[in-house]
Design a protein around this ligand. Structure first.
Ligand SMILES: [Zn+2]
Length: 173
């Protein structure tokens, strides 16, 4: 590895903790997941890639990315979803094998404002061995569990409508 390549690799390695990452996505014009760097793809099947995260949260961090530029899980075909399921299995086994970490968090951020970098659907597979990483900031609750359940149950007709709509729009593709 030449000096320049090594420097670039160290830049990727440290970007999350020195603040560089916050400026990166503003400077890249194209979708970084449509233009995947092939050298970080460790496995691929049915148009779904298992990729090493360039800006990892922790060593071993992987991403599962469909090649198609889609924004939501609802746009996945059955075969793509089935393949992603397989990738989650492979990721967990490999993280355990290589890094000795038995836990894994699967994270997919959905909705406006939650994907700060790219809107191309991707799942994070993050080795998880202690709660210091991705710690949740719990909030003071307004409702008890039964009150929250009641709010959802009151919308039962809405839920059934959504289930029907999903079946019509996104299944059997
Ligand atoms: Zn894309």
């Amino acid at each position: 590895m030449d000096e320049e390549t090594r420097k670039k690799q160290e830049y990727y390695r440290d970007a999350r903790i020195n603040g560089d990452y916050d400026n990166i996505w503003k400077t890249t014009g194209e979708c970084v997941f449509c233009a995947l760097n092939e050298k970080y793809v460790i496995y691929e099947e049915n148009g779904v890639a298992l990729v090493v995260q360039l800006f990892a949260y922790i060593d071993g961090h992987l991403l599962i990315i469909p090649r198609r530029h889609i924004r939501s899980v609802k746009e996945l075909t059955s075969i793509e979803w089935e393949t992603m399921r397989k990738m989650m299995y492979i990721a967990k086994k490999m993280i355990r094998d290589i890094y000795g970490i038995k836990g894994m968090q699967i994270i997919q951020k959905d909705g406006v404002g939650s994907q700060s970098t790219v809107d191309h659907l991707h799942f994070h597979c993050i080795p998880f061995d202690s709660p210091d990483l991705n710690q949740w900031n719990f909030r003071k609750l307004k409702n008890t569990p039964i009150e929250n359940t009641a709010l959802y149950i009151a919308k039962k007709p809405e839920i059934e409508k959504l289930a029907k709509r999903f079946a019509g729009k996104y299944q059997n593709e």
